[in-house]
Design a protein. Structure first.
Length: 159
């Protein structure tokens, strides 16, 4: 597996993977799927967008950007997406590890996740195994696709 900066020719696969997670409705706050135009603008607007590639196929990606501005601009935020057919192969872990390095390279000193859904146990265990600390719990902070609300657990880690 190679993790690298995205290129324009990756865009269709990236949008497909991103939209799959959006449509699942259990992890990302976004509700609108990307099309080619909005996807190109969205991924280009990030501080960094990385992709995981296996045998010439994009199987995952991450976006990295500031979590806030000004006096809090040293804190970054990231989101990760792995194609459903490629899950369970530690691709997410490799994306997070690459993101940690890239965040530091870009001058950030903390990585914060604002809205990890409490029931997303695979992500939470991964983050905790990689040294992230849970900051607490926000009751009913995430509206699931079916309309019910679940708690969210913010996490952070120094870079």
């Amino acid at each position: 597996m190679t993790i690298r900066k995205y290129e324009q020719q990756d865009m269709n696969e990236m949008i497909e993977i991103w939209n799959e997670v959006v449509e699942e409705g259990i992890a990302f706050p976004q509700e609108e799927c990307l099309d080619l135009k909005s996807g190109m603008a969205f991924f280009a607007s990030q501080s960094y967008t990385g992709v995981a590639e296996i045998d010439g196929k994009i199987v995952g990606l991450y976006i990295l950007h500031p979590n806030n501005i000004g006096r809090c601009g040293h804190i970054c935020n990231a989101s990760y997406a792995v194609a459903s057919g490629a899950r369970g192969r530690h691709i997410g872990e490799q994306l997070v590890l690459d993101c940690l390095k890239k965040g530091k390279e870009l001058g950030f000193s903390l990585l914060q996740f604002n809205a990890v859904v409490e029931s997303n146990l695979h992500a939470r265990h991964l983050y905790e195994r990689l040294g992230f600390q849970q900051l607490g719990t926000i009751p009913k902070g995430f509206r699931m696709k079916d309309g019910h609300y679940e708690n969210i657990c913010p996490y952070y880690r120094e870079l």
